[in-house]
Design a protein around this ligand. Structure first.
Ligand SMILES: Nc1nc2c(c(=O)[nH]1)N(C=O)[C@@H](CNc1ccc(C(=O)N[C@@H](CCC(=O)O)C(=O)O)cc1)CN2
Ligand SMILES: Nc1ncnc2c1ncn2[C@@H]1O[C@H](COP(=O)(O)OP(=O)(O)OP(=O)(O)O)[C@@H](O)[C@H]1O
Length: 211
């Protein structure tokens, strides 16, 4: 667990040191990749995130989604179900508040919630990734919980909610967030695809990565 902590600290520091110019170039390069991505082009409901802590800024891509009349959703910390996320519609007029981590999220409004199983593409923030698709997040287990049913549905394991989970998860990261090897735990869900400003890598797997 210590090396996970150390990687988190190191990579968070590294991405926070990117200059404004590097960040802007990265998010334009990301937008170019995403807008020509087949599954993104045919998607109607897209979940993504608002950049925090040096993360790759998705705003240029969000603007494109709005222009294309795609439905954009953001993660919101679940008010009762600790460690879980809800996904709420994000429109230009959506009122944002900051959550306990200082990240902007839509104010809770049940009519704006999209069940995860109804999403088409789920862009996943991450802190570090490796060349097997393993990801390390901020340490809350939020996306591992969100992706658990999806992973079971991919591996034909009956999942608790028995959801269809047709959405496609894609990890988003700066190139400098790639590490040699992410030390994984039993609950970690590997991603089937990760996109950086310069790379688009797809991964195949039969079972969860082992450490
Ligand atoms: N932009 C963005 N939104 C996101 C995530 C994310 O990774 N990026 N999340 C992905 O899961 C969720 C928030 N998860 C988070 C988990 C821990 C910390 C964090 O900063 N922890 C502090 C200490 C915790 C505390 O203050 O209690 C730290 O590590 O220093 C932040 C976000 C939902 N929204
Ligand atoms: N599917 C799950 N069910 C219950 N607990 C889980 C699940 N996934 C992760 N957890 C718990 O969440 C905690 C944090 O996990 P971890 O450090 O892997 O988060 P992370 O991948 O860095 O964060 P995130 O997924 O939010 O980006 C761990 O204590 C783990 O036991």
């Amino acid at each position: 667990m210590d090396s996970r902590k150390e990687i988190r600290r190191h990579i968070r520091q590294r991405r926070k040191q990117l200059t404004v110019n590097e960040q802007q170039q990265a998010s334009q390069a990301l937008k170019a990749q995403l807008t020509s991505h087949h599954q993104v082009q045919k998607a109607t409901r897209i979940a993504l995130y608002l950049a925090n802590d040096g993360e790759l800024d998705m705003q240029p891509f969000i603007d494109w989604c709005w222009q294309q009349n795609k439905e954009v959703y953001l993660p919101v910390l679940h008010p009762f179900n600790q460690g879980n996320l809800l996904f709420l519609r994000y429109q230009q007029e959506t009122k944002l508040i900051t959550n306990k981590y200082g990240i902007y999220e839509p104010a809770l409004n049940v009519s704006q919630v999209c069940p995860v199983s109804n999403l088409d593409v789920l862009f996943t923030p991450l802190v570090a990734f490796d060349d097997s698709g393993a990801r390390l997040g901020m340490g809350g287990g939020f996306y591992d919980r969100t992706l658990a049913n999806w992973f079971d549905s991919q591996t034909n394991t009956p999942n608790k909610a028995n959801q269809a989970c047709q959405f496609h998860p894609i990890g988003i990261a700066h190139d400098c967030q790639q590490v040699e090897k992410v030390p994984t735990e039993s609950w970690d869900i590997p991603l089937p695809e990760i996109i950086t400003p310069t790379q688009n890598v797809k991964y195949t797997y039969k079972s969860k990565a082992s450490s």
